[in-house]
Design a protein around this ligand. Structure first.
Ligand SMILES: Cc1cc2nc3c(=O)[nH]c(=O)nc-3n(C[C@H](O)[C@H](O)[C@H](O)COP(=O)(O)O)c2cc1C
Length: 318
């Protein structure tokens, strides 16, 4: 039986959580096993950027896939591994969240940053395609949601091991009060349809995973977040480039360069990422490698800057 996990980051029994449950119920009725967790019930420590996981990942790659990738936090330091177990056991993941300051709540990006350390994200599974899917449900009080769905969809894809397998997304605007979504039958029906689409794609045994939601500007991640780079358009999520098609002084669309094979979600994308990271520094099994002169500059400089100004500590900890 296919398993679908819902991850809620909104208010308890709030708008996004209700829509998530509507979607999960539709998945259940279509023959899936469903569960959900509230991210607020879990203590997830933020990534400290120590890079232990990055170094272990490189070591593993250079050792032909041998070796473990883990975090500097012990597994029982918080509830992170509990979430990882649920994510890994799921075939489908539905993220549901409110918009907070144009984005999903920070707790969701805390989870996103940490998944790097178990080798779930960052291209670790490229070339090992798994038939797992994700979908996103977003609710905003107004229409201040421009960064919201792109970050949710990016998070969902990273939870699947960097696979852009988004099958549906729904964004609801102008829904500020708790429970208000219950007066909006169209939104409730749309959430049920999202659940059906997740179940449909999970039960398909062959053919490509297809997207069922509203089309966005980017044909790969179906978001509308485009940045201008070197005179060209680029999808902020997929790192996919193209040129605007202008008619009557208006942008009618974007003529994209190719397909998913050249985006962030492909082996090509991972190679590009690694080449960019390693353009200025060498990474070996032992970690970053510098010339003696560089190492001296860095060691001495860090001592000097470390000695300049002590941070103001929180009063509570004094
Ligand atoms: C701290 C905070 C920031 C918010 N920022 C936005 C925002 O940028 N855009 C928006 O549309 N709604 C914003 N809202 C409104 C919520 O998205 C809205 O109330 C939503 O219904 C909450 O969903 P929930 O019931 O699932 O928790 C914000 C709410 C809070 C508490």
């Amino acid at each position: 039986m296919k398993k679908v996990l819902g991850i809620a980051t909104g208010r308890r029994n709030g708008n996004s959580e209700i829509l998530l449950k509507v979607a999960l119920k539709a998945c259940e009725e279509a023959g899936c096993e469903v569960s959900f967790l509230r991210l607020h019930d879990y203590n997830v420590k933020p990534c400290t950027g120590c890079e232990l996981c990055t170094k272990l990942m490189v070591k593993k790659r250079l050792n032909g896939g041998e070796g473990e990738v883990h975090c500097m936090y012990p597994w029982d330091a918080d509830d992170f591994m509990d979430i990882v177990e649920q994510v890994v056991a799921a075939d489908g993941i539905i993220l549901a969240a409110p918009a907070y300051h144009l984005m999903p709540p920070g707790i969701e990006t805390v989870l996103l940053n940490r998944i790097h350390c178990v080798g779930l994200g960052n291209g670790s599974k490229h070339g090992h395609e798994e038939r797992r899917v994700c979908a996103s449900i977003g609710v905003g009080g107004s229409d201040w949601t421009s960064l919201f769905m792109p970050i949710m969809n990016f998070t969902g894809s990273e939870l699947l091991g960097s696979q852009m397998h988004l099958v549906d997304q729904m964004k609801l605007h102008r829904t500020p009060a708790i429970g208000m979504v219950l007066c909006n039958q169209e939104a409730m029906d749309r959430a049920a349809q999202l659940g059906k689409n997740v179940a449909f794609e999970l039960h398909k045994t062959e053919g490509p995973i297809e997207y069922h939601g509203e089309e966005g500007v980017c044909p790969v991640c179906h978001n509308d977040l485009v940045v201008i780079r070197n005179g060209r358009c680029a999808c902020a999520i997929c790192d996919y480039e193209g040129d605007p098609v202008i008619e009557d002084g208006k942008i009618k669309g974007i003529k994209w360069d190719g397909g998913i094979e050249i985006t962030r979600w492909s082996p090509h994308g991972v190679e590009h990422h690694d080449a960019e990271q390693l353009a200025t520094v060498k990474l070996t099994k032992m970690g970053y490698e510098f010339t003696e002169e560089q190492q001296k500059m860095m060691d001495e400089g860090r001592k000097v800057w470390g000695a300049y100004l002590d941070p103001v500590m929180p009063k509570r900890n004094k």
